[in-house]
Design a protein around this ligand. Structure first.
Ligand code: PRX
Length: 651
């Protein structure tokens, strides 16, 4: 277990505060008693097919399924024989009621422009764009890359893909041209949908330019659709590049949805693992939709008249599941904001909450830590009384940040749901139920119905209370990943080969005497920088691709705002140990991976600490990066001078 994990455990072990749900919340909650929760959880555990089969009646199937659950992990299939379409479930089925006039997406652009799309509007735009995709030759089963800013057209493009059965692969706008090319090639994408640019802190982010560069190395891509957002200058290549608005001009506003197998791949989303190569996590249609629909309802206590806002970018799984598919499958109103939380000033999020009277607000601990730093005067300027529920996701929340969220934003009135899950799990796995669970700051509390976690040793033995170990899932759930695109062996190996019969989450955790789960950290070389998941290996491979770098070792270190920062220890092939070279290397990593992976620190070293068998001693480097005295065993260290030298550099 990492030292970071040990530190986390120490800080949360002292946490004894507990906050029961407020009575007025309980009264109106979708799930409102412990008995109700236990009944659901026990039924889902003892009879998963019966439990999920009943809930699946809440989706619209064009052909009923024959079997709810088939096979065992990792080869499980859900709702086999059933035919379904995600866009129908997120849009069409809301149109034969008053919901056709309900706001589906309430959007605010960074410069302050706004748009509201009713369900009927979304239907029209999605059908039209689905017809454009068809016109460009996209067929059921093709992969389509989306590299877009946070505009409604991103959600429209996702739903249009799903309408015709094309599998979307969204790449977060913070990734570079090289990263886009890697993903295009891995997915063999046929088409890319992008925009000229997107707004970020008043600046234009040149998205089309990055796509143009990526296409030099993406032979599978035939065509590009460009949405005009910022109006910046772009090169349009004839017969390859098409403006969104031109395509939309004369297409029909009706497009029959394709009836797809329940297991049809709705999307691929690349995420970092412990090697340098990102993994294409593939999700299904029926199971994924059911999971995101139900978890939205349970965890966010969604009601017909709620205004719900998740601040994630759709380029990450949180945006897929809890801005688009989960809320829309419930017929909810989902808010989408294009830009930065501190533009034009640090009050932007609170202004949006007041303006749209947001009831449910879901954000990340890294954002909360930034809000704390910016000062209470910002939220205090706005009326936040519409809020009734708060959520967090993506990384452990430190109890201090939790308390601030509770008092300053929630005004001690709103339950907080600390939701633990992953790109691979598709939807929330562990979280308080806001009308049931007494929350403890720093704990994601208890598993949702259908989720059967355990904490085990490396040999797979279940551990008792308060013993840290590997977090695993003992039962399949409908919204779990189905494979890693193009690499089913890696899928089986990474998640299912360590502990027999279980899904390995890659996190360490403990369960306390009340059955509450506390996430302690990753067990692999994945780091969590501002809630963005990165592999240290990915950054290392980027660094060693630079001609002046001989060797690189990358570790995370505790960072006040980001959660973890990126520290790179580098040995050089030259004598040049200048600050300019440090900046050049930082820039180099940005070019290779993207702005999300920008190193916080580059440290030049004469040598890296290695064991006698030649393995880099990352634990020691983590201690040095964190400025800690090392507690690690150094008896196998090849050369003690290496450590002395590295420490000296620090001083
Ligand atoms: O380490 C856990 C951390 O984020 C990882 C998953 O990252 P990603 O696939 O990018 O998905 C993030 C959004 C769902 C997990 O393995 N993590 C996520 N949520 C929490 C968390 N750690 C602690 N508490 C959480 N609530």
């Amino acid at each position: 277990m990492s030292d970071q994990a040990n530190e986390n455990i120490e800080s949360v072990l002292q946490e004894t505060r507990s906050f029961p749900p407020p009575a007025e919340f309980v009264e109106q909650a979708n799930i409102s008693s412990k008995e109700q929760y236990e009944e659901l959880w026990n039924r889902a555990k003892d009879d998963p097919a019966g439990f999920w089969g009943d809930l699946a009646q809440g989706l619209e199937w064009s052909q009923p399924y024959d079997q709810v659950l088939e096979g065992e992990m990792p080869e499980t299939k859900w709702f086999t024989g059933g035919k379904i379409n995600a866009s129908v479930n997120c849009i069409d089925r809301h149109l034969d009621s008053w919901r056709k006039n309900k706001a589906a997406i309430v959007w605010e652009g960074e410069p302050g422009d706004t748009r509201v799309l009713r369900y009927q509007d979304l239907y029209r735009e999605v059908c039209k764009f689905a017809n454009c995709l068809k016109k460009l030759g996209v067929e059921t089963g093709d992969r389509v890359t989306l590299y877009m800013p946070m505009v409604p057209e991103l959600a429209i493009a996702m739903l249009a893909c799903s309408r015709i059965g094309a599998t979307h692969s969204i790449i977060f706008g913070g990734f570079s041209a090289d990263a886009i090319a890697d993903r295009n090639n891995d997915a063999q994408a046929k088409l890319v949908i992008t925009a000229d640019g997107g707004w970020r802190r008043g600046k234009n982010i040149p998205l089309k330019e990055a796509v143009d560069q990526s296409l030099e190395k993406s032979p599978s891509v035939e065509k590009v659709v460009v949405y005009r957002r910022t109006g910046c200058e772009v090169d349009m290549v004839p017969d390859r590049d098409y403006w969104w608005h031109d395509l939309m001009e004369d297409v029909s506003a009706e497009c029959d949805p394709v009836e797809l197998d329940s297991e049809h791949p709705l999307f691929i989303l690349y995420t970092s693992g412990s090697t340098g190569k990102p993994k294409g996590v593939q999700h299904s249609t029926g199971g994924y939709l059911l999971g995101t629909m139900m978890t939205s309802k349970w965890v966010f206590d969604l009601k017909e008249d709620d205004t719900y806002w998740c601040t994630a970018d759709i380029g990450w799984i949180t945006g897929h599941s809890y801005i688009v598919y989960g809320p829309l499958a419930n017929g909810a109103t989902t808010v989408m904001y294009e830009g930065a939380p501190n533009w034009p000033d640090e009050g932007r999020f609170w202004e949006i909450i007041e303006k749209y009277q947001v009831n449910i607000f879901y954000t990340a601990p890294t954002a909360i830590r930034a809000f704390i730093k910016w000062g209470d005067e910002w939220p205090n300027k706005y009326d936040l009384s519409s809020l009734r529920l708060l959520g967090t996701v993506g990384e452990p929340i430190n109890p201090e940040a939790w308390m601030w969220y509770h008092t300053v934003i929630g005004q001690e009135r709103c339950p907080i749901v600390d939701t633990w899950w992953q790109t691979e799990t598709g939807g929330i796995m562990m979280s308080p139920l806001p009308g049931v669970t007494a929350t403890k700051p720093g704990s994601c509390t208890t598993p949702l119905p259908g989720v059967v976690p355990d904490i085990v040793t490396a040999e797979g033995e279940s551990l008792g209370d308060n013993q840290g170990g590997l977090l695993v899932m003992r039962q399949p759930w409908p919204h779990m990943l189905r494979t890693l695109y193009g690499d089913h062996e890696r899928f089986k190996d990474v998640y299912f080969s360590t502990i027999e019969g279980c899904y390995l989450a890659g996190d360490s955790a403990r369960r306390d005497e009340d059955g509450y789960y506390w996430i302690m950290g990753r067990i692999d070389d994945v780091i969590n920088v501002s809630g963005h998941r990165l592999s240290t290996m990915e950054v290392e491979s980027a660094l060693v691709a630079h001609p002046k770098v001989a060797e690189a070792a990358v570790v995370g270190f505790p960072h006040e705002i980001k959660g973890e920062g990126i520290c790179c220890f580098v040995t050089l092939t030259t004598e040049d140990g200048s600050d300019e070279l440090k900046n050049e290397l930082k820039q180099h990593v940005r070019t290779q991976i993207g702005v999300v992976a920008t190193p916080d620190e580059i440290r030049f070293a004469a040598a890296l600490p290695k064991t006698r068998s030649g393995k880099i001693m990352r634990r020691l480097l983590r201690d040095i990066a964190a400025g800690r005295e090392s507690t690690g065993d150094t008896t196998t260290l090849e050369d003690f001078n290496v450590i002395a030298n590295l420490k000296q550099k620090e001083d």
